[in-house]
Design a protein around this ligand. Structure first.
Ligand SMILES: [Zn+2]
Length: 122
């Protein structure tokens, strides 16, 4: 559990809040002209990165207001909380542990040596 700083109520335990995914999702500018693919992207496609993100939260057991936070999904460190209609803060490049090395393409062995040190040589 971590503590979230509600812009109106101050620091409260996470259990008072509910998370609602990525913040600043833009609705299609012309809904009548949007294709099915554009609607599917708007409704379902999210980034879901490991590291700093902007998220929508609601203070369910408090003021019941919506707001956004800037949080590192790897460490749960919160950099900022701000009203939903405020401009987003600038995110750090990566505030947690260094990002993992990219995975090798499917069907290829990883580049790093991953021999099991517990195994004895014959
Ligand atoms: Zn609140």
């Amino acid at each position: 559990m971590f503590v979230i700083d509600c812009p109106w109520c101050g620091a409260r335990p996470q259990s008072e809040f509910s998370a609602h995914g990525e913040a600043h999702i833009r609705r299609p500018a012309d809904p009548e002209a949007a294709s099915d693919a554009e609607w599917a992207s708007y409704l379902f496609e999210r980034e879901n990165p490991k590291g700093p993100v902007l998220e929508r939260w609601r203070h369910d057991h408090g003021c019941r207001r919506w707001f956004n936070i800037a949080r590192d999904t790897a460490t749960d460190a919160i950099f900022a909380s701000y009203p939903a209609d405020a401009p987003p803060p600038e995110l750090p490049a990566h505030a947690g542990a260094p990002p993992p090395a990219p995975a090798p393409p499917l069907g290829q062995e990883p580049a790093a040596d991953i021999t099991d040190s517990r195994r004895e040589e014959p």
